[in-house]
Design a binder for this molecule. Structure first.
Ligand code: SF4
Length: 356
């Protein structure tokens, strides 16, 4: 690590702003104190790669509505339970007697459906390209096992359209991206080539250990200093250019691309996954005729600015005062991949000290 930090320092001739896409990388950066190790010329900003954070409030409201129905068991990843909807979260629904259950895998939700034939079981499917294949597999399995009481509230999102939306934002000051290694393990690196070429920017596939992140940063600033754009892979032990072809085939069979609203950011064309024609009967929004009601985010929360990389959690006046993990105003303080929760967990004392 020391060698990499020294090499980064020796490579730099000016200030560069890099965005790490993934919330898991943000947590590693904060947890291992990488901001303190890196020279001041490197400005790391945090991107929208936290699936819980970008799930739109409208879909949380739909999940809440489903969780309140006596004939439904609503199944979700744990982080989603405390994300505020427009009026309440899923944990409050559970506390008031709603059947809301937490699982670690969508396949667990299938088992719940099999064991409860008298109930409808809805899985709240959130996440990026990393979690979507497991959800696709669950839907295929539901069809094979003829589980007609199983459906999905789909909120899957895709990374490349989000990168493009950030690059089209005139306020963005991003010089290079650290792409999320696990997403590229599934999807490969090729879909980033047109973006790097169109916007003349370096995109470096980066892992999650501190040394992986330093290697990604070094690769990215090396490209910037040499005035090179393109896609480079600093996570070769996991990522192949073509990605995981079997997982991609599964995604292609079960999902189609749709426009998707990202919480705090707005609608990004082609940035979401919806169920394909063959699997539409497993779409919970259609099955239960849910209304998509446009809703505004909490006024005090500047999550949108943070997810776009315009601000950092330490810039938020509510950070650590009105907004804490036990009383979150926004999803980035709830999620285990949220930037606000990373700053709170690993750096709150010094941030709150400077605010005094
Ligand atoms: S600290 Fe809380 S209120 Fe501020 S942006 Fe983060 S989640 Fe929103």
């Amino acid at each position: 690590m020391d060698n990499l930090v020294r090499t980064i320092k020796a490579t730099l001739t000016r200030k560069w702003t890099l965005m790490e896409i993934c919330g898991g990388q943000t947590h590693s950066i904060m947890r291992y104190g990488l901001l303190d190790l890196l020279p001041d010329e490197i400005n790391l900003i945090h991107g929208p790669g936290c699936p819980v954070c970008v799930t739109p409030v409208e879909l949380i409201d739909m999940a809440v509505e489903l969780g309140k129905r006596p004939d439904i068991i609503l199944v979700s990843f744990g982080d989603m339970l405390r994300v505020p909807g427009s009026h309440e979260d899923l944990l409050s629904v559970k506390a008031l007697g709603g059947e809301v259950r937490m699982v670690y895998s969508p396949l667990d939700a299938l088992d719940i459906a099999e064991r409860n034939p008298g109930k409808e079981v809805v899985f709240f499917g959130v996440g990026f390209e990393t979690t979507a294949p497991a959800v696709a597999l669950a839907i295929k399995q539901a069809r094979l096992r003829a589980l007609d009481n199983f459906s999905i509230l789909v909120s899957h999102v895709l990374v490349p359209p989000a990168i493009e939306a950030l690059l089209q934002d005139h306020q963005n000051q991003i010089d290079g991206f650290l792409a999320a290694g696990h997403v590229c393990t599934i999807m490969g690196t090729r879909e980033y080539l047109p973006l790097a070429s169109k916007y003349k920017i370096p995109i470096v596939v980066t892992g999650f250990e501190p040394v992986d992140i330093l290697l990604g940063i070094h690769t990215c600033i090396n490209m910037l200093e040499q005035k090179r754009s393109g896609v480079e892979n600093a996570y070769v032990r996991s990522v192949k250019p073509e990605g995981n072809l079997a997982a991609q085939a599964l995604l292609k069979e079960v999902f189609v691309r749709v426009d998707r609203k990202w919480r705090g950011i707005g609608t990004i064309p082609g940035s979401g996954l919806g169920l394909s024609e063959t699997y539409l009967k497993y779409d919970a929004a259609l099955k239960f005729k849910l209304q998509y009601v446009e809703t505004e985010d909490a006024e005090l929360c500047m999550a949108g600015e943070i997810l776009r990389g315009r601000k950092k959690p330490s810039d938020c006046p509510a950070f650590g005062v009105l907004c804490k993990p036990e009383s979150p105003l926004g999803a980035p303080m709830v999620s285990s991949e949220g930037a606000c929760s990373a700053y709170y967990r690993y750096n709150r004392n010094s941030i709150l000290e400077t605010k005094k």
